[in-house]
Design a binder for this molecule. Structure first.
Ligand SMILES: [Mg+2]
Length: 228
């Protein structure tokens, strides 16, 4: 195997901690803006639209998209920005990062490695970057890529290769760390990366075999060092 030059991360359930979030409650924040007198049915529609959105986009070759696309699939209202902002802000209170993330990324960079982020998301960059900055992670990630700005989502090879181009590192010299066997592990291995699976998350199983597994980010710098 080639030497390692970069360590790349998934966000949800990898750099951020998995939380059991009530998705309807998140959409209620948007629905209260769109239909203040009777928000519940609109929130139900938005939740169903989100589920449909992910399934259609995955079935369509892991095509990416934005929260705005999703809102437009439910309502023809103009001025959706306030609804999107309310929805995004509701999420902010649920987000927490792995308590070892700062130390882990700092150790990798101190060892001369480059770092990157690739998240399957319909949320905008500003939202993600603000959460990373709040928790001291923004400047520890050399390149951050969000599929809301890209043509494809993981596990499509284009998503991984776009990150490599941005970092100017060959896929064979990257380690990808993620919690989803299909999206993260199979996707990364498909373009020639090594892949580390974060275990114990409530995600769909798969028979893809990662190069290593970890329960959290502790131990990652040592694992990567053993591959260098
Ligand atoms: Mg994830």
């Amino acid at each position: 195997m080639s030497r390692v030059d970069a360590v790349l991360f998934d966000w949800g359930g990898t750099l951020s901690e998995h939380r059991d979030v009530d998705l309807l409650e998140m959409w209620l924040a948007a629905a209260r803006v769109l239909a203040p007198d009777d928000p519940e049915p609109v929130a139900q529609q938005l939740l169903a639209a989100e589920d449909h959105w992910w399934r259609v986009h995955v079935a369509d070759g892991d095509r990416s998209g934005t929260t705005e696309d999703l809102l437009r699939s439910v309502t023809e209202e103009t001025g959706l920005d306030a609804a999107a902002a309310a929805y995004h802000s509701a999420w902010g209170e649920t987000v927490a990062h792995d308590p070892y993330a700062v130390d882990c990324l700092s150790a990798l960079r101190a060892g001369g490695l480059r770092t990157g982020l690739l998240s399957n998301t319909h949320w905008p960059r500003d939202l993600h970057d603000a959460w990373l900055e709040r928790d001291g992670l923004l400047d520890l990630l050399d390149v951050r890529m969000y599929t809301s700005e890209m043509t494809h989502m993981k596990p499509h090879p284009e998503a991984f290769l776009a990150l490599c181009r941005e970092l100017d590192v060959a896929p064979e010299r990257c380690v990808f760390v993620g919690d989803r066997p299909r999206d993260d592990v199979a996707g990364a291995k498909g373009v020639g990366m090594r892949a580390v699976l974060m275990t114990g998350r409530p995600v769909p199983a798969s028979d893809v075999v990662p190069d290593a597994t970890l329960p959290d980010l502790r131990g990652l710098p040592e694992l990567v060092a053993s591959w260098r």
